[in-house]
Design a protein around this ligand. Structure first.
Ligand SMILES: Cc1cc2nc3c(=O)[nH]c(=O)nc-3n(C[C@H](O)[C@H](O)[C@H](O)COP(=O)(O)OP(=O)(O)OC[C@H]3O[C@@H](n4cnc5c(N)ncnc54)[C@H](O)[C@@H]3O)c2cc1C
Length: 423
């Protein structure tokens, strides 16, 4: 079990406690995993009239959905140039539209279900090398011309001082359409909305196996659920539950700290306009202010099972490279979480047989995309497959070496790119 010394857990309301699964239950749809994917799927399916049971091995928010940076970015994890080149202009356009709709879906869910989750507007994408400035500037123009997107602006070096007091960056894109929020409050709001819509959630109930066929029997240590459809929403925590999809993702750990509440002067130095920020490094640094003016800063990752013993110290070194003025600021929290990446960094959706669905591999872009996945799976299970298939049909590959041998090669690759960030 991963330890959580998280600001989010301390600043969210006490979570609703859901009972463990016991005995034999029935539903139209059984969902494994209570993160954004599982709960958004449950909510959207319940709203279409299905009876839904969600089974969570630990508790709501245990996974990445309760631990992440809270950035709700437009687009996909890969930029439009990549998507156009790999998949053609029409598919790239479809993916762009869905990326915008994903952010909008988050916003609408928050409004509709009155979720109090410190929602704010705007993300700044900062160039950590001068050579990236022209790329960022060109992308703003590309999106304006080819996607009629006018909510992004290029910010020159001299104007960066309007946003942050740091010498670490050379220019930026100011993306006014993206959002940021308190991820655990948002997730708990989804759980509440799902319960209200009639969804049954079980916690502390690890799914150990399931049978296949027109009627699926899902088993935990103390109970079963019989359902017509099964949705696997386990992402980086899936382990050995479904070997047929496991090889398409690689779980990686990413780390976050929260400082003590900052003085107004320091908070202004960190983010004068209260936008979230992230940079162009391969191992991205990302940060924002919390509602009580703490710096929530994510930086650094590892590619093995355990977390560093001193997460605060591990992340602090990245924070100080950007904000040396925080040298004497106390770090109150440090935590990590596990996310799943795919080889091409696009989400990995699909179906095993007729009625086992999977949604995974958001590659660090899951706050909007996993939420949106819930909308797509509800459409797909209701018989409208087009938009689900736009993603499930994207060409994808397993990590070389499968689940056993994907590590050495990939880890070497990831470490190489991480090293390039530093030199
Ligand atoms: C530190 C960190 C920072 C991040 N920052 C951002 C960000 O700023 N913006 C962004 O868009 N994305 C970010 N991400 C990624 C994002 O958090 C994830 O993509 C997203 O939360 C995935 O949601 P999910 O529901 O698919 O998976 P999760 O939230 O991980 O949920 C999966 C759940 O499945 C459960 N489960 C697994 N196996 C079983 C089983 N056998 N039986 C029952 N339950 C099971 C797990 O316990 C877990 O609760 C970040 C991730 C991390 C770790």
């Amino acid at each position: 079990m991963q330890e959580v010394n998280s600001y989010y857990a301390d600043s969210a309301a006490s979570p609703l406690a859901y009972p463990p699964l016991q005995g034999d239950q029935r539903a139209d749809i059984c969902i494994v995993g209570a993160g954004y994917t599982g709960l958004s799927s449950a909510l959207h399916l319940a709203e279409r009239g299905y009876s839904v049971i969600v089974i969570e091995a630990e508790s709501v928010g245990f996974g990445a959905s309760g631990r992440n940076g809270g950035h709700v970015g437009i687009g996909q994890r890969k930029d439009q140039y990549y998507l156009e080149k790999q998949f053609g202009k029409d598919i790239a356009r479809g993916l762009w539209d869905m990326g915008l709709e994903a952010v909008d879906t988050v916003k609408q869910l928050i409004e509709k279900h009155h979720i109090d989750c410190d929602l704010k507007q705007g993300i700044l994408h900062l160039a950590h090398r001068s050579k990236y400035c022209s790329e960022l500037e060109e992308e703003v123009e590309h999106l304006r011309h080819h996607y009629q997107f006018d909510q992004m602006e290029y910010i020159e070096t001299a104007a960066l001082a309007n946003f942050l007091d740091s010498q670490a960056y050379y220019g930026a894109q100011w993306d006014k359409a993206s959002l940021h929020l308190h991820p655990l409050k948002y997730l708990q709001g989804l759980a509440k909305a799902a319960s209200k819509a009639g969804v049954t959630v079980y916690e502390q109930s690890r799914v150990l196996s399931y049978s296949e066929g027109s009627s699926i029997r899902v088993a935990t240590a103390d109970g079963t659920v019989t359902a017509s459809e099964l949705v696997l929403a386990c992402n980086g925590y899936i382990e050995k539950l479904e070997p047929r999809i496991n090889g398409y993702i690689m779980p990686i750990n990413n780390f976050v700290l929260a400082t003590e509440p900052l003085s107004d002067e320091l908070a202004e130095a960190v983010s004068a306009q209260d936008t979230a920020m992230q940079d162009t490094r391969f191992v991205i640094n990302y940060w924002k202010l919390s509602a009580d003016n703490r710096l929530i800063f994510g930086g650094g990752e590892n590619y093995r099972r355990g977390f560093p013993s001193d997460i605060k110290g591990f992340v602090r070194q990245y924070m100080l490279q950007i904000y040396p003025q925080l040298e004497n600021t106390r770090i109150d929290y440090g935590w990590g979480g596990t996310l799943a990446i795919t080889l091409n960094r696009m989400p990995h959706f699909g179906r095993l047989g007729d009625n086992i669905w999977y949604l995974q591999g958001y590659s660090g872009h899951g706050v909007p995309t996993a939420t949106f996945a819930g909308k797509l799976i509800a459409e797909a299970i209701s018989g409208k497959l087009e938009r689900f298939d736009l993603i499930s049909n994207l060409p994808t590959r397993k990590f070389p070496g499968g689940t056993l041998l994907r590590w050495p090669g990939m880890v070497a690759g990831m470490l190489y790119f991480a090293l390039r960030d530093r030199i």
